[in-house]
Every structure is written in C-alpha cells, then in structure tokens.
Ligand binder design. Structure first.
Ligand code: C2E
Ligand code: CA
Ligand code: CA
Length: 635
C-alpha cells in the first residue's frame, strides 16, 4: 500500500510543484513594483528553491522506484507530510501579506493564487489523506482569518466562502482517498492470487517434469525435448548425443536389502551422474534403474566414448547407505544425431545400442549403427512372429539321429525345433529360442513342440528314445517336471524312452529349482543328458549332485579333435571321467569319419552329427528308421 501511495505521489507531486512555480512567478510578476524586496524576491526565491530541489527529487524517484527500500519510501512520505503543509502555510502567508500592496484586482489575483495552491496541494496529495487535509487547513485557517481581518467589504465576505469550500475540498479528498485505498487493496489481492496461481503452476510443472525419487528430469521431459528437436527446423542443435544407461547389479541389491536401500542407491547414482555431466547436458531418470544423458553439440566417436568413460568412472566407487555398501556397474548405449534424419528416433536408437551393450556383455558401451538397426528390426519381426506363430502352430520339429558308436545302430533322435517365418524365412532355433525365453513364451512353445515330438516318437520302435532340449525357463518353473510327464502320457510315450537335454547354464540359473524338476523327471524314469558339455561351468560337482546320466560333448571340442592334441585329450579325459562315474557320452557335431573313429576309439558311446545325418522331417526320420531296420534284418 505504502509503495502504491508513493508511486502515485511520484506522478502527482511534480505536477503540484509545477503549479506552485507558475503561480509564484505570476505573483512576483504582478507585485514586483508595489511590494518590498523581501516579498517579491527573497521569499519567492526561498519557495522556488525548496520546490525545485523537491521537484528534481521526485522526478528521479519515479525512475528508481523499484530499487527504493521500504524505509526510504516511508521516510519520504513523512517528509511530504511536513513539507506539504509547511509550504502551503508559507505560500498562504506570502499571499496574504501581498494583499496589502496591490489594488483590488491584484488582491483578487493573490487570493485566487492561494486558492489554487490550496486546492492543487490537496488534490495532488490525496493519496496521503492527513497530508492533504493538513495542506488545505494550513491554507484555509490563515486565509479565512486574514480575509476577515482585512476589513475590505467584498474581500472579507470571501472568508466564509473560503471556509466552506475548504471544508468541501477536505470531504472530497477523504472520499477520493477511500476510493484509492479500495482500488489499491483489490489490486494487491489480485497480485497475491496471481502470484499464488503462478507458484501453484510452477509447482505442478516441476512435479510433472521431475522424477520424485532423484529430482532429475523425468522421461516425459526427456521425450518431449527430443520430440521438440524433431519438430524444430530452426533452433534445434546441429548435432546432439544421447546416452541410455542401465545399471547392472541393481536388482539383486533391491531384492536383498529392500526398496529403501535401493532408492537411496538410485539417488546416489543420480547425484553422481548429474555432477559428472555438469553443464554439458541434462541427466534424466527414465524409470527403474535406467538413466539417460542428452548433450548438445557434435561429438566424435572418441569424444562420445570419453564422455561414456567418465560416466563409467562414477561407478568405480561403491555405493553405500547405512551399513550396506554395494558395487554397481552400468551398460551404456550411445546414439548421435549429426544433422540429418529424424532426431525423434534417437531414443529408439540409443535403446537399441543399450540392448546390444547389455546382451553382448554386461558393463559395456555400444554405439548405435545401421547394422544394429537392422538387427533390431529383425528381432522385432521375430518377436512379433513368435507371438503370432505360437497360436497358429507355425513351428515344426526336425529329428537328428544319435547312433551307438560300437554297433552303428540308431539309439534315438534329438528333436530340434524349426520355424519358417512368413517373411523372414527360416529362423534358426539358436535365434528364436532365446528370444522366446526372454518374452516368456517358452512354456507355451515347449508344449507345442513337445506334443509334436512325443506323438512322433510314440510311432517309433520301442527301443528308440527321444532327446528333447529343455530351456532354463522350464527347468525352474514349479511343477515343470509333472507338466512334461503329463504331455508324454497324453502322447503315449514312456518316460523311459525320453531323454531331457539340459545345459549347465540353464541349471545354474536356479540350481535348487532345477534339481527339483530333474529329480521329478528322473524318478519317472527319464534320462538326463548334460548338453554342450565343456562350454558352461563344467563342474564335476554338479554332475554328482544332479545325478546326470549322460554328457553331450560340445561340437567345439569335436571340431578340433583331429588337429589339436589338447582338444583330443580333453575329449578323451571327459569320456574316461564319465565312464568312471557311470555316465555315458555322446559326441556332438561329428562331421567326418576321422572324428567318428577317434571318439569311438576313446570309448565315447554315442555320436551325432552331419556325417550320420542332418536333422530331418518326421517322415524322413521314420523312413530312416525303417531303412536301418531293413538293413539289420537283411544282415
Ligand atoms: P543343441 O541342443 O546343441 O543342438 C545341436 C545343434 O547342432 C543343432 O542345431 C543341430 O542341427 C546342430 N548340429 C548337429 N550336428 C551338427 C554337425 O555335424 N555340424 C554342425 N555344424 N551342426 C550340427 P540347431 O537345430 O540349429 O539348434 C541349435 C540350438 O537351438 C540347439 O543346440 C538347442 O540349444 C536349441 N534348440 C533347438 N530346438 C530346441 C527346442 O525344441 N527346445 C529348446 N529349448 N532348445 C532348442
Ligand atoms: Ca541338444
Ligand atoms: Ca548341444
């Protein structure tokens, strides 16, 4: 309110002073011959001096209103309350004294001058009610008294008129001030509600744009910023770099120590990343344990890698909270926008690079490349095809014979999944099985595949067994064993003719659950074969604990067996060891006679590979069985 009053005064007081100057000059001009020097030179000069000084002050005050302190303003207002009435009184006395020196019309002019000054002062100071009333009173009382004392007929009659008009002016001033106060107070109310609304809007924007846990920008802001780059033609950076970060090792901490510790670790990661990036870019939390960094500008591959390296350094020191200290690692996917193409696809590209970094090995950095994009597109099509294909039974089984090395007779077939995608063509199982696992589709897929294979194997002679690959997913699923046995029963295939192939990597995903599944299967008579032996953990302890019946020696050892003495010794060692603990061995990937001869001489019981036969259709397998039986009979 005080500031508003002062602001109004900065506009009105200069006007008042201008009026005072003009009226003073008129009075001096009128009375300069008749009145004494003190009245027409010294007093007016004193008045003009005070007025001019104050005028300069008020004009200056107007331009520096915002810088003025509350104390200064209040002090100036007090000064107005003193100087105003004092000047009014001084001017009135000067006017009244001058009355003695003029003729009648000059006297009227002096009275009008007093009147003008009194009215102008009152009006111009109306925002300060007491000051304005005081200036009117300071003019009215001496004037009324002075006029009465003159004894001039007409002039003394003006005294009551002056008194009434002065009273009226005071009344008017009070009314004007009330209106002023009302306007100011409603404007202040309006200002307050506007400020409150703005603060609420700011708080809402902040809430919508920041991640509440870490205080970093959230995914919304990040996506919006990149989308804006996509829409902007002018004003978007020529080039920018996007990095997607995914923590490695966060989930176990969260699971083991609870969300509170997990949250504290995430906050530390956020703080360290933000400090490391500094002014060079923005860091956002994209959700969970995923972060992103956006840096404007052109980065060479080396510079981008250097930045990634710097972010990696953040993870070199352990993250500690309460008494818990943990090491975390990070995988980083980098995508750079270099002025062409669609910038809004950068998030997708950086995600693709991140995915590649994570799947190739944990804690690595990968750049987005056209090749990765093709891979990502291929993968996306495989994913889509898998989802659609399972319901339509688009999968088929092929069968590769396993022979007894001693007799050369077929002992069984390994069932191998086959899938021909409508547009991609043949997709190898080494590609679609891991993707189906990641998508959680393996249980469904296995049911489809196992039903087919078991139904087919049920048509084979009783002495032939079916080898079937079980993925990690199935091994650790509760009651997986019973489910498999159920399918075998439906197909009419005895569990004794069924061989489950499992890898050590799959078992190690959850050894206790895997053991339960394998025990259930074994109890029903199923044989357990350890697949790809030599490529995984190859722990002999597991062989004993898990009661494995058979080892399948991985193709990579067989490949080198003829040329590399070490590979040959390893295979020979594996065979001897397995025989000593009552396990049999099958050599995978036999491609030539020399290999077959060598593994046979080492005592390896089974052999499988392109030399014997490639995986074949169910009909071809049946034909092969009958052909081999015919040969045996003929013999
Ligand atoms: P695996 O279980 O080690 O299967 C043997 C793989 O080696 C098969 O590849 C087979 O075709 C190939 N192979 C056999 N002999 C030779 C040879 O002499 N030379 C060469 N170069 N390769 C040979 P395939 O059919 O591509 O299967 C690859 C992998 O996919 C399998 O490896 C297995 O891990 C997985 N897989 C296949 N079918 C299924 C299935 O129904 N379920 C599960 N869970 N996994 C499956
Ligand atoms: Ca296998
Ligand atoms: Ca294998």
């Amino acid at each position: 309110m005080v500031r508003e009053q002062f602001k109004a005064l900065t506009r009105l007081v200069p006007v008042l002073y201008c009026v005072v100057i003009i009226v003073t000059l008129i009075l001096v001009g009128t009375f300069h011959r008749a009145a004494p020097l003190i009245l027409v030179v010294i007093c007016p000069l004193a008045v003009l001096f005070v007025v001019a000084t104050r005028l300069v002050y008020w004009i200056r005050a107007r331009s520096r209103l915002d810088e003025m302190s509350q104390a200064e303003i209040e002090q100036q207002m007090k000064l107005v309350g003193i100087i105003g009435p004092a000047l009014s009184l001084a001017f009135t006395i000067m006017g009244l004294v001058l009355l003695q020196y003029g003729n009648q019309s000059e006297q009227v002019l002096a009275i009008i001058s007093i009147w003008i000054i009194a009215a102008a002062s009152g009006l111009c100071l109306y925002v300060l009610p007491w000051a304005s009333i005081m200036v009117v009173i300071a003019a009215a009382i001496p004037t009324v008294l002075g006029l009465m004392l003159t004894g001039h007929g007409i002039i003394s009659h003006l005294a009551p008129v002056f008194a009434v008009i002065s009273g009226l002016i005071v009344f008017l001033l009070l009314e004007m001030h009330k209106t002023f106060a009302r306007i100011v107070s409603s404007r202040l109310d309006l200002d307050i509600s506007r400020t409150e609304a703005e603060a609420a809007r700011e708080a809402a924007t902040l809430l919508a744009n920041t991640d509440p846990l870490t205080g970093l920008a959230n995914r919304r802001v990040f996506d919006a910023r990149i989308a804006r780059y996509g829409k902007l033609h002018d004003g978007r950076p020529e080039a920018f770099l996007l990095m997607m970060l995914d923590l490695d090792g966060f989930k176990p901490i969260n699971d083991a120590h609870g969300h509170q510790i997990g949250d504290a670790m995430l906050r530390q990661v956020a703080n360290r990343l933000a400090a490391s990036v500094g002014e060079r870019g923005i860091v956002a939390r994209m959700g969970g344990d995923e972060f992103a960094v956006l840096a404007d500008g052109k980065f060479s591959n080396t510079e981008a890698l250097a930045l990634a390296g710097q972010l990696r350094k953040v993870f070199e020191a352990p993250f500690a909270h309460d008494s818990i200290s943990a090491m975390l690692d990070v995988s980083i996917g980098i995508a750079a926008y270099e002025g062409h193409g669609d910038p809004s696809r950068l998030i997708e590209h950086a995600d693709t690079a991140l995915y590649h970094a994570k799947t190739s090995s944990r804690g690595t950095t990968a750049f987005f490349t056209g090749d990765l994009e093709r891979k990502a597109m291929y993968r996306a099509e495989v994913e889509q095809g898998l989802r659609e294909g399972i319901g339509k039974h688009a999968f088929d089984m092929h069968y590769q014979p396993i022979v007894d090395t001693g007799s050369g007779k077929i002992t069984g077939f390994e069932a191998l999944a086959r899938w021909t995608h409508p547009t991609l063509g043949v997709v190898p199982p080494g590609v679609f099985i891991p993707i189906a696992e990641q998508l959680g589709l393996m249980e469904q897929l296995t049911e489809v595949l196992l039903r087919k294979a078991a139904a087919e194997a049920a048509r084979w002679p009783q002495d032939l067994h079916l080898s079937f690959n079980l993925s990690a997913d199935q091994l650790i699923r509760p009651s997986a064993g019973l489910r498999i046995l159920g399918i075998l029963a439906e197909a009419g295939l005895s569990p004794r003719r069924f061989e489950a192939e499992v890898t050590e990597t799959a078992i190690m995903r959850d050894i206790d659950k895997a053991r339960e599944t394998l025990d259930n299967l074994r109890a029903a008579g199923v044989l357990i074969a350890l697949d790809d032996f030599g490529t995984g953990y190859s722990s002999f302890g597991h062989l004993r604990d898990l009661s494995i019946d058979k080892l399948k020696i991985d193709k990579t050892f067989i490949d080198d067996i003829c040329g590399d003495i070490r590979a040959a010794n390893i295979v020979s060692g594996i065979v001897m060891m397995s025989n000593s603990i009552n396990m049999t061995c099958t050599a995978e990937g036999i491609e030539n006679a020399e290999q077959l001869e060598l593994v046979t001489s080492m005592g390896c019981e089974g052999a499988q590979g392109y030399l014997i036969a490639r995986p074949m259709s169910a009909e071809a397998a049946l034909q092969m069985i009958s052909a081999s039986r015919a040969v045996t009979k003929a013999a």
